[in-house]
Design a protein around this ligand. Structure first.
Ligand SMILES: O=C(O)[C@@H](CO)OP(=O)(O)O
Length: 245
């Protein structure tokens, strides 16, 4: 027997469309992003992959994507749990900055190191600045970061994965996790056993359900990398990889 897990990155956000580093800034979906979310739900329905339980971050782009997708799949009624531990990676002082401008200013190597290296975080955000979340009530009392690299994301997402999501998967229910490019990259790194170097090359497209069948005993993926429910996923993966150009 296997367990079924669905990973869903939010649809395009208004800041994805403007090519801005987003991180923990709580921006809405764009019109295109809302359509992607609905299409993602239709793909789930067509494939007969029907989530029983939902986990999301605390950011509206993931929450709205899940709502729209589940509504399209007639699964709008399933229970949901949310955690900041599934939030996008905190992009530090880069939050709100244009990706192309940062690349032009600092050069390709520094840009890619900040964007995709495993363990080099961008400079920390200044507390109280426009795109800082230090005064946001939803994080009150939580040990929230001022910047994060992917290693930091794994460090805060893994306790939630192991302590909350894995026990839910083990009940045999189909679990859906609606989250973000980098929080999902962290989960996929863990699931697929991707090395610290190779994870730089992994990009996750917006709004396309990624379905994993997991071995009942070990929770190892039956197929490494899982299966995207959209045959055009590769073009969207390439578009994420090429942001900032
Ligand atoms: O800006 C961000 O928060 C993320 C996801 O949109 O961007 P990137 O793919 O560059 O890590």
């Amino acid at each position: 027997m296997t367990y079924t897990l669905v990973l869903l990155r939010h649809g395009e956000s208004e800041w994805n469309a403007k090519n801005l580093f987003t991180g923990w800034v709580d921006v809405p979906l764009s019109e295109k992003g809302r359509a992607e979310a609905v299409h993602g739900g239709e793909l789930l329905k067509e494939a007969g992959v029907l989530p029983d339980l939902l986990f999301t971050s605390l950011l509206r782009r993931a929450i709205m994507t899940a709502n729209l997708a589940l509504d399209a799949a007639d699964r709008h009624w399933i229970p949901v749990e949310r955690s900041w531990r599934l939030n996008e990676r905190h992009y530090g002082a880069l939050q709100g900055k244009n990706k192309k401008e940062i690349r032009d200013q600092y050069g390709e190597d520094q840009f890619m190191q900040w964007r995709r290296s495993y363990d080099v975080p961008p400079p920390a955000i200044e507390l109280g600045s426009e795109f800082s979340q230090d005064a946001d009530v939803r994080y009150a009392g939580e040990p929230i970061p001022r910047t994060e690299c992917l290693k930091d994301v794994l460090g805060r997402a893994l306790p939630y994965w192991d302590g909350t999501i894995v026990p839910a998967i083990r009940t045999g229910r189909t679990v859906m996790v609606a989250a973000h490019g980098n929080s999902l990259r962290a989960i996929v790194k863990h699931l697929d056993g991707i090395s610290d170097d190779d994870i730089a090359g992994l990009n996750i497209p917006t709004g396309i359900p990624l379905v994993y069948e997991l071995d009942e005993r070990t929770l190892a993926p039956v197929k490494r990398g899982g299966t995207y429910l959209d045959p055009d996923a590769q073009a969207k993966i390439d578009a994420v990889a090429n942001q900032g150009r």
